[in-house]
Design a protein around this ligand. Structure first.
Ligand code: MG
Length: 157
């Protein structure tokens, strides 16, 4: 059994769609980034790569590579899973926290679990997602960005 941690943060800006956990969420701001900037999926992908002691997401899919401009992070996540599986690992479980002052994410959690477990080809009950605020403190608290943490456990089979 191996465990990995992932973290990511992206800035909220005008003129971008908001994608979180593979779901497009109605909001007047979106996350800035080269891909769809899905901060939760990036944290989860990095936690999986970390558990397998592999190169991180930014090195596998560089943000100066035009191939990945605007790409859905669900595609990146499924490609990460292909690499994890190729090394002989399967996922035990994933847990994660999204830190966003706004919008409220609770209504979208079940849909996010469905998208993430689908991309990883695992049962939805192996994916944990918690939505938290920063109680108004710091960059996430004043709404400058959204952050996410993830932990993954994988096992060699
Ligand atoms: Mg990112």
């Amino acid at each position: 059994m191996r465990v990995g941690i992932g973290f990511d943060v992206h800035r909220l800006v005008h003129g971008r769609e908001l994608w979180l956990g593979g779901i497009k969420i109605p909001y007047h701001l979106g996350l800035e980034g080269h891909s769809d900037a899905d901060v939760l999926l990036h944290a989860i992908a990095d936690s999986l790569l970390g558990a397998a002691s592999m190169e991180d997401l930014g090195r596998l899919f560089p943000d100066n590579d035009e191939t990945y401009r605007g790409i859905s992070s669900l595609i990146l996540l499924s490609r990460v899973m292909d690499r994890i599986r190729a090394r002989g690992y399967s996922i035990v479980n994933i847990d994660s926290v999204v830190i966003a002052e706004r919008p409220k994410l609770a209504p979208y959690i079940d849909d996010m679990k469905r998208e993430i477990s689908g991309a990883l080809q695992i049962a939805p009950d192996r994916v944990g997602i918690k939505a938290k605020t920063s109680e108004g403190l710091g960059p996430t608290g004043i709404g400058e960005g959204i952050a996410a943490y993830a932990v993954s456990a994988i096992e060699f089979i």
